[in-house]
Ligand binder design. Structure first.
Ligand SMILES: Nc1nonc1C(=O)NC1CCNCC1
Length: 249
């Protein structure tokens, strides 16, 4: 997968291109990255890429031309199938990023991430050069770079060989529509708190059932909305009934 970020701050992306599992996978050429700074396409000597908003109001707006040229430049770098590509603008006005969308994006050959700053970007860029807008949450941050990196990290976990053992991505919470179960490691006792005995039993079937029950319990308690549209397996229905009976007692 070839990911390109259109950003005024290319260096920010070193946190995902140079470190952790994503950095290692990039260095192994399992995925590729390039940053394009729209300032290089500014048509003025001072490199202005923002201007005051028509209609007045606070702040500045990123101008259409430099961003449009940067997106065109990114498209000229595409590898693989041009059809299997997407230009995404990170913004609170976008569709909320979900596990389903992450899986969809992980199948692409080319991904261009437009990172806005200031109050936003000229709407005509979105109308002519952006395929979709995606939000990482109902809040506002200073720039689109951190949202872009969150999207990249989530997507790259499902690109083959990035994690080294794709199974851990498929076992992530949300991969099966439930919140994650509790995790423990050594020591067996910490500040008087012991690790649940079942996890030391070596009985993998019972451990799997305990973990599923914990995931269901956490999901029911913290995010019951996730259970509304989720098809339940017979074992999950049985465990949920058990959990609900316990809370009714
Ligand atoms: N939430 C968000 N999900 O994606 N991007 C988000 C965001 O807050 N972007 C900022 C909006 C104001 N201008 C600077 C960028």
């Amino acid at each position: 997968m070839f990911i390109q970020a259109i950003t005024l701050f290319p260096e920010m992306f070193e946190s995902i291109t140079e470190y952790g599992v994503t950095g290692r996978a990039r260095k192994q050429d399992i995925w590729q990255f390039a940053a394009i700074n729209p300032r290089q396409f500014a048509d003025n000597k001072l490199g202005y890429i923002d201007d005051r908003p028509f209609g007045g109001g606070v702040g500045m707006v990123m101008m259409a031309e430099p961003l449009f040229c940067a997106i065109q430049a990114a498209k000229q770098q595409f590898s693989g199938s041009l059809k299997n590509s997407r230009v995404i603008y990170l913004s609170p006005q976008g569709q909320s990023l979900s596990h389903k969308k992450v899986l969809e994006l992980s199948q692409l050959d080319n991904l261009v991430l437009l990172c806005g700053r200031y109050e936003g970007v000229d709407e005509r860029v979105l109308q002519t050069a952006v395929d979709e807008e995606i939000s990482i949450g109902d809040f506002v941050v200073s720039g689109g770079e951190l949202p872009a990196m969150m999207l990249m990290d989530a997507v790259l976990r499902f690109v083959p060989n990035v994690l080294g053992e794709i199974a851990s991505a498929e076992q992530d919470s949300f991969a099966d529509g439930l919140l994650d179960y509790p995790h423990y490691t050594r020591p067996a006792e910490f500040q008087g708190m012991a690790v649940p005995d079942i996890l030391k039993s070596g009985n993998h079937a019972l451990i799997a059932e305990w973990r599923l029950e914990q995931s269901l319990r956490r999901t029911l308690t913290r995010r019951p909305d996730l259970l509304v549209s989720r098809e339940l397996l017979p074992q999950e229905t049985r465990l949920l009934d058990k959990i609900r009976q316990e809370s009714d007692e």
